[in-house]
Design a protein around this ligand. Sequence first.
Ligand code: SF4
Ligand code: SF4
Length: 222
Amino acid sequence: MTIKNSPAEMADESRPVALTINGLAVSAQEGMTVVEAAWHGGVPRLTGVGCMEGVCGSCRIMLRRGDIVSVGLACQTFVENGAEVIFLPPASAPRHHYELSDFKDGWDIHARFQDIFPEAARCRHCHGCNVSCPKGISVEEGVMQASAGRFRDAGEIFFECVMCELCDGACPELIAPAHVGLFSRRVTAHFHLRPPNLIHRLEELRQDKLDKSVSYIDDGDD
Ligand code: SF4
Ligand code: SF4
């Protein structure tokens, strides 16, 4: 028996799927992702493909199936008959500029946030950001928490964010939710203590007290 490892290999014996990618007709196989179909179909791709595991957020696409238009990541989206796919260009340069070293202290964060992201207060709760997020993040809730000055909570909500910025493109108020999330994660890390076990291990290392016979890698057995 032949063992098939990749989705493309597993797709070999599946049904054919016809779609268009960047305006080119592509014949793919059921089970392929859009990136695999693009390669299989000879669609030239120089940018917009990275990790292939939904982590780098580079392969942003817009997808139309019948009357339904959505966005997603090409490496996590499977081909469908009749779909029209467009690879989106890289997100534009961020409009919000700040240096954390300029912040006086933690008391300064909320006022700075309101200066840097004045649009965040205008969220109209349209859910566009939630619908566009390929990671299923409650983006709108994260923006609300940040607007209320709860940056640790906002940072946790955006923990899985891959900065694809699809939510930014969906926001009618130009709030740039992805950057609200990034700001929240940055200030949380900058102004709060690191995890206590990490601090403890680093101190053991500094004092050369780390027991090198013990594996500190979680093997997932417990
Ligand atoms: S929150 Fe925005 S930038 Fe982050 S993964 Fe979701 S859509 Fe992408
Ligand atoms: S897309 Fe923009 S306006 Fe709509 S809910 Fe999200 S942050 Fe608010």
